[in-house]
Design a protein around this ligand. Sequence first.
Ligand SMILES: [Zn+2]
Ligand SMILES: [Zn+2]
Length: 572
Amino acid sequence: MRARVRTRDEVARLMTTQGAPGAPAVQIIPLGGLGEFGMNMLLVACGDTALLVDAGVMFPEPELFGVDLVIPDLSSLEAFRGKIAALLLTHGHEDHIGAVPHVIDKIQGPIYGTRFTLALVQPKLDEHGIDARDRLVPVSAGQRITIGPFEVEFLRVTHSMPDCVALAIHTPAGIIIHTGDFKIDQTPLDGQAFDLHRFAELGANGVLALLSDSTNADRRGFSGSEREVVDAFEEIFSSANGKIVVAAFATSVFRVQLLCDLADQFDRKVAFVGRGMQQTSQIAERLGYLRLAPGIQIRDSDIRDYPASEILCLCTGSQGEPLAALPRIAIDDHKHVKIGPEDVVVFSTRVIPGNEKAIRRVMNHVARRGADVIVDGEKHVHVSGHGSEEELKLLLSLVKPKFFVPIHGEYRQLARHARMASLVCPGTTVIMAEDGDVLQFDETGARVVDRVPAGRILIDGTRTGEIADEVLRDRKHLAADGLVVPVIAINGQTGVLEQPPVLITRGLAIDARHDAVLKDAPGQLTRAIGSTSLEERTDPGLLKERIRAELQGMFRKRAGRRPLVIPVVMQV
Ligand SMILES: [Zn+2]
Ligand SMILES: [Zn+2]
């Protein structure tokens, strides 16, 4: 029998009894990360107190020229002004902490996170000139803190970096578990095991709602332990005659640790190459999360003093970012690192969708230098940090929540995860929520009671030194023809415009033809949107493309200009 996901309306009609009679209602409002990968952020509110869980960024899609970062629309936090008592961070990945500098002034109280998470937050605040040292409060797994009507318990989970936690938020309506990112690594490198025991205990006592990571819901089996890459790398280390260059995410501290251990074993020195890799490994080492054999680390500028066969380079640029280390090395444009025919270059990450072309270009350049290129698939040089189907099911079966809300993923992964929940826990009610949904838990059950604005804010100029070539080219073009940002507020269900389109412009020449286009644009865009199908109108990606084409056409035909058009679609 195929289990089925309930629609929002069905959930609303499902009046199950829950919570103590008269207990205040608890609301959950996802603001990012549901229906997309990245920019995870979620609000939990009860009475006069609200908690924000994570504040992440998303890296922009390639077509968002001139945009460095994307963060969730924060306008709905205004309604909670003065009430957000704390920010709770699950772990230190960018998609969970990258927006902290942008939300910190909306939060009254402390920022709670584990030591490692907070150590990664600190440089971001420094970059923004924010002094909030006294507001960063370190917590450990197993600890509990009371914030207004909430008691927050931090639970150890395993992931691709150290010191990650899930949250069990004890509320007047019941316990809400937010997993953060996780996989179930049975042999974690740091010996910090996933606290399955506590999840089971909470489950046995009754959990109101489970919000669980859906990133890998479409992968079968188990994701596997971080240790699984050891065999492949041992092979690489024992056969390589020249330098070994590994591109990995700087935050993948376990991967970095394994590689440094292998380097020690195979008598190679380790050089961290690229700012992100140097900064993160330095923080990890300072706090004891990364342990390097004495004397093993050398500066990248000292690489030339050693034979190639005695070098391991750990570098940034696995996604083909034009100014990061590996892409520079690949085109023989790095000050300290050169590669040649005896060397091996390993891509020890997954390909983030959208970066395929850039990565392929880097591989071709590496091959042109005569070096060997190794990617995941031909050798097992990467393990995902997110749990696959069996891990997700295991957690569901332990927690057996009354309500299940899949989070972190595109709708496809959320739906897959929802189906699993219906199979594993037939008594559980699945709620498919999206960014901006106001989910209410009270004595009558749980349902979506409202929607608040949710969407994206584009941030320019925060990633210094990591600007793509295309972006630079577009900025020249921008300087000549200006920028137009049409802002469209549309109902995500009905596809009806909430208000006429608004156009924000920068750098458009003062010109009667421009004025005429700008005057007519809202009307013409309204008509253009009206002529599309419901499916197109409620798909922000398709809608943006339509709006961009329409506006670019108007400016080209009527004003002879080609301004940069960056549509912003807010589904309300
Ligand atoms: Zn993560
Ligand atoms: Zn994440």
